[in-house]
Write a protein that binds this ligand. Structure first.
Ligand SMILES: [Fe+2]
Length: 371
């Protein structure tokens, strides 16, 4: 049985300048990033080619946005893609290293094959997706009203580079949403039937690290998030290694319709359902692998294992209050439609759930969160 899926070299530099020198960034590189990061490249003698994600619309990627970006990249000549950014930039950057992506929708529906063409370097600028070490790309497919994930080894980066300097300016909200995403990756992958002894080691380290930082935030305030950004960056990569093998499950599956229909950022949408889904697991199957996670979380939170997910919810709400689903424009009647969408479109994730959920149980979790 495969224990771990590490196809990407992982590098670390304290600063961007050290990274640029170490990777000899130059004219044959296509840098796909956001305009806010252009300043870091200004000192370079040999400027790379730039494509800016923000020239193609705001928010998370859609298939039509990807098509426009792929078209722009096909008009320039380069040897290596360097994707510097958050989840959207990284997910699109992976596609820029492929050949003949004539339609993103067709690619995600697997009607056309994913074939690696260029070297790919990924530099995450948030601390959540773990996408720098996975073979997964996610996009919203507008005509299907949901998000689809493509998992293909052609999407692995050659190198992932961790540079905490690039995360220094992140707003507290972004740090929290992205690190909660990483905590969900670590927790869901731990309970996945595909988890192995080795992937669980990365899951546990990520859970301990992220919750350790949350404890510091609770004690010392928001500044502790930025002061410990390096820990959160490493933890999100650990979680990426774990879910790259074992996958994510019901929390991600339920987050996708909300993200896609109400345009809620990925980590924020996961936060909506995280503790509710784990409380459901705990209720339905309190024995088994969940006892290990609830024991670790209970220790950090100073409570009994059986209360761990309630205590986690309370702690998260105290350092980062959760919004109501209605505030995103979701309607009560959407609960059923979202549950149907999960059943129809997210079987890839549902198979990783710790407890199999019936459609009405998924609908009920939406309803509980809606109240
Ligand atoms: Fe995620």
């Amino acid at each position: 049985m495969k224990q771990l899926n590490l196809n990407t070299e992982i590098h670390y530099f304290d600063t961007f300048d050290e990274f640029a020198a170490g990777f000899s960034i130059g004219k044959r590189d296509l840098v796909f990033t956001r305009k806010a990061f252009k300043k870091y490249f200004e000192k370079l003698e040999n400027k790379p080619i730039f494509i800016f994600n923000d020239d193609f619309g705001k928010g998370e990627p859609t298939d039509s946005i990807i098509d426009s970006i792929v078209k722009a990249a096909s008009s320039v000549d380069f040897d290596r893609v360097i994707a510097v950014g958050g989840g959207s930039v990284v997910d699109i950057g992976k596609l820029l290293a492929l050949r003949n992506v004539t339609s993103a929708k067709e690619l995600f529906l697997k009607s056309i094959p994913a074939e690696k063409d260029k070297k790919l370097v990924i530099v995450p600028t948030t601390c959540g997706t773990g996408s720098e070490v996975t073979n997964i790309s996610i996009t919203a497919v507008e005509s299907m009203d949901t998000k689809l994930g493509l998992a293909d080894d052609a999407l692995f980066a050659d190198c992932a580079v961790l540079v905490p300097e690039l995360l220094q300016g992140l707003p507290y909200k972004v740090i929290m949403n992205s690190s909660i995403d990483a905590l969900v990756h670590a927790s869901e992958s731990f309970l996945s039937p595909k988890a192995t002894r080795m992937s669980r080691m990365y899951s546990i380290e990520a859970i301990k690290t992220i919750m350790g930082v949350y404890s510091k935030i609770k004690k010392h305030g928001e500044a502790a998030a930025r002061d410990n950004i390096k820990d959160l960056l490493f933890a999100s990569t650990y979680a990426g290694i774990a879910f790259g093998l074992a996958g994510t499950a019901i929390v991600h599956a339920m987050a996708y319709p909300l993200g896609s229909v109400c345009h809620v950022p990925h980590g924020e949408a996961n936060y909506q359902f995280f503790t509710e889904c784990f409380k459901f697991y705990m209720e339905r199957k309190p024995e088994g692998d969940i006892t290990e996670i609830s024991y670790i979380m209970g220790n950090i939170l100073g409570c009994d294992s059986k209360d761990a997910f309630n205590a986690l919810e309370e702690m998260l709400n105290s350092i980062f209050p959760k919004a109501s689903l209605s505030s995103y424009g979701m309607k009560p009647e959407d609960c059923r439609g979202f549950a149907e969408s999960v059943i129809k479109n997210q079987q890839r994730l549902l198979v990783n759930s710790y407890v199999a959920l019936l459609p009405e149980e998924i609908e009920n979790i939406y309803k509980v969160r809606y109240q």
